[in-house]
Write a protein that binds this ligand. Structure first.
Ligand code: HEC
Length: 243
């Protein structure tokens, strides 16, 4: 019995020595200490000033919407052309219109169903607000509005802002500034289509309206939906509130 044990030990020793592959190279395993470096760390910190590929945010105006003094930009930091406006329209309709409405009057469908009503983009304060203010709101949120930094990349934020300027112009334009053929297509007062009339009268729903949902007192997420968070979700008491 003793002999067999010895034989196994010897075989193990021999095969162990015979392995001349990468397993035996000198290396550090993650998080192991090192005697080679003065600070004792085997994982080396990045050289100061290292920037990951694609993260060089050196254009302060573009990335913060502010000038060197930290003041909101008055002018766009990128050229505004038709392609940018079209992109902005598309992104606006996806990310902003649900609350701010397709024309920016603050009566998007979520608001009409009871969410806090944002100000119209057509009030004087927002018509004269610098573009940097809009960038700030999208990037960092504003009051009851969460930020859209994760959903909307930097250039798309500027595209959306350019489109908001289009909306602002469209709601305050003087008909006499339009080309004659376009002016001819405007409905005369009292001649609006039913759809146009409805748009003019659009208001947030009030509790008496049939499809008013009274968010969030009566939320769309029914209690007990597995994995659902937020108002109405049936959270186990030990589950922390999501921030
Ligand atoms: C879920 C609804 C919602 C969405 C989506 C939303 N907003 Fe808002 N927004 C609000 C509300 C509510 C306010 C008013 C916040 C307050 O005053 O507390 C607001 C305010 C604003 C303001 C006005 C800030 C001021 O100075 O008064 C701007 C500008 C704005 N939003 C831009 C945007 C843009 C651009 C998008 C799309 C990227 C967007 N919002 C998407 C709800 C929303």
């Amino acid at each position: 019995m003793r002999k067999i044990g010895l034989l196994i030990a010897v075989c193990g020793f021999l095969t162990g020595c015979a392995r001349l592959d990468m397993q035996d190279q000198p290396k550090y395993k993650p998080q192991r200490p090192s005697e080679f470096f003065a600070d004792g760390r085997s994982g080396r910190p990045e050289v100061e000033g290292t920037i990951a590929r694609g993260n060089l945010d050196e254009d302060t105006a573009l990335y913060t919407g502010k000038d060197e003094k930290g003041v909101d930009l008055e002018a766009f930091p990128i050229p505004v052309d038709k392609a940018l406006l079209e992109r902005g329209q598309q992104r606006y309709d996806i990310y902003c219109a649900p609350c701010h409405g397709r024309i920016g009057n603050g009566l998007g469908m979520i608001v009409r169903r009871g969410f806090k009503q944002p100000p119209s983009y057509h009030i004087d304060r927002l018509r004269t607000a610098p573009v940097g203010h809009f960038y700030e709101v999208i990037t960092n949120g504003y009051g009851a509005m969460l930020n859209y930094a994760a959903q909307v990349p930097v250039r798309d934020r500027w595209a959306i802002i350019a489109y908001i300027r289009v909306l602002q112009l469209s709601q305050n334009a003087n008909a006499s500034e339009l080309a004659a053929d376009v002016r001819g297509k405007l409905p005369q007062p009292g001649q609006e289509t039913a759809e146009q009339k409805a748009a003019l009268k659009m208001q947030p729903l009030v509790p008496g309206d049939s499809d008013f949902h009274n968010f969030p007192a009566n939320p769309a997420t029914p209690a007990g939906v597995p994995g659902a968070f937020g108002a109405g979700a049936n959270k186990p008491s030990n589950q922390p509130e999501r921030k």
